[in-house]
Design a protein around this ligand. Structure first.
Ligand SMILES: O=P(O)(O)OC[C@H]1O[C@H](O[C@H]2O[C@H](CO)[C@@H](O)[C@H](O)[C@H]2O)[C@H](O)[C@@H](O)[C@@H]1O
Length: 249
């Protein structure tokens, strides 16, 4: 693992995962919150990078906006199936909820029968949550396998206490590639911070752009360096933002 060198806002762009990176986990996905000082760091870094700061998340962009309000950023949501290349631009939806109709129905029925595992419907992705019942992980995996069995064109991914499915053909690496081809990211080197297995797609893409990745927490990773936890991410963002204003000695 490398040491983390200082962030250069004139040459680098910042790509940030949301859950487990900017915010701590909660049992209920609706109950996470962004600390006020983190919002300040993000606003500073957005200005310092001339807008080259994007949130890259499994969440829909509307959810990200609501948690980060009043801030808005360039964003890739639902693992890249939603894209916004300007903070105040329109969200492009690159898939439709109908693509998951059959899988959705099967998951709804199975979750109802199970009674413990929760289903989150993000339109273009469906998530089985077992954070409050970790002993039901194998059951969640079996439910997902049953829902996609015999069908092609779906991607199933495991994350922190979740099993998620969306259409094949998109991931956070492809999302990063797309954003890097838009101003103000063009010509910059990406710095990506993320904690989950789904962030590995983005870490793998970084070499195409001369970038570097920071993995939050433990686990196998293609990232070049690590930050211990969400608090360490906040500290890093604070230092990166303050360094630009000359407030950091
Ligand atoms: O790509 P991310 O921004 O990390 O989003 C990944 C998933 O985040 C959410 O689930 C995770 O956070 C929940 C709230 O803390 C937690 O309950 C769950 O166990 C975590 O996996 C979100 O609900 C998913 O839709 C995202 O895909």
């Amino acid at each position: 693992m490398q040491q983390i060198s200082a962030f250069d806002p004139s040459q680098e762009a910042l790509f940030l995962d949301f859950d487990g990176t900017l915010v701590d986990f909660a049992d209920d996905p609706a109950k996470v919150f962004v600390k006020p000082d983190v919002s300040e760091h993000l606003a500073r870094l957005q200005a310092a990078t001339s807008g080259a700061l994007a949130i890259v998340s499994g969440r829909p962009i509307a959810d990200l906006d609501s948690f980060l309000k009043p801030l808005r950023f360039c964003a890739a949501g639902v693992h890249g199936w939603e894209l916004r290349t300007e903070p105040d631009g329109q969200v492009q939806h690159l898939a439709t909820p109908e693509a998951l109709a059959t899988v959705r129905q099967k998951l709804q029925e199975a979750v109802q029968r199970d009674g413990y595992i929760q289903l989150e419907d993000k339109g273009t992705a469906l998530v089985l949550h077992y954070r409050t019942v970790p002993e039901r992980r194998a059951q969640a995996e079996a439910i997902m396998q049953g829902a996609v069995a015999g069908q092609i064109g779906f991607k199933v991914m495991s994350g922190h206490c979740v099993i998620e499915v969306h259409k094949l053909g998109m991931d956070k690496g492809a999302a990063l590639d797309t954003l890097m081809q838009h101003a103000p990211f063009v010509g910059r080197r990406p710095v990506y911070i993320g904690d989950d297995t789904t962030d590995e797609y983005a870490f793998a893409a970084l070499s195409r752009w001369g970038g570097r990745g920071f993995k939050v927490g433990n686990g196998t990773t293609a990232a070049q360096a690590r930050l211990a936890d969400v608090a360490a991410v906040h500290t890093w963002l604070g230092k990166a933002g303050l360094a630009q204003t000359g407030e950091l000695s």
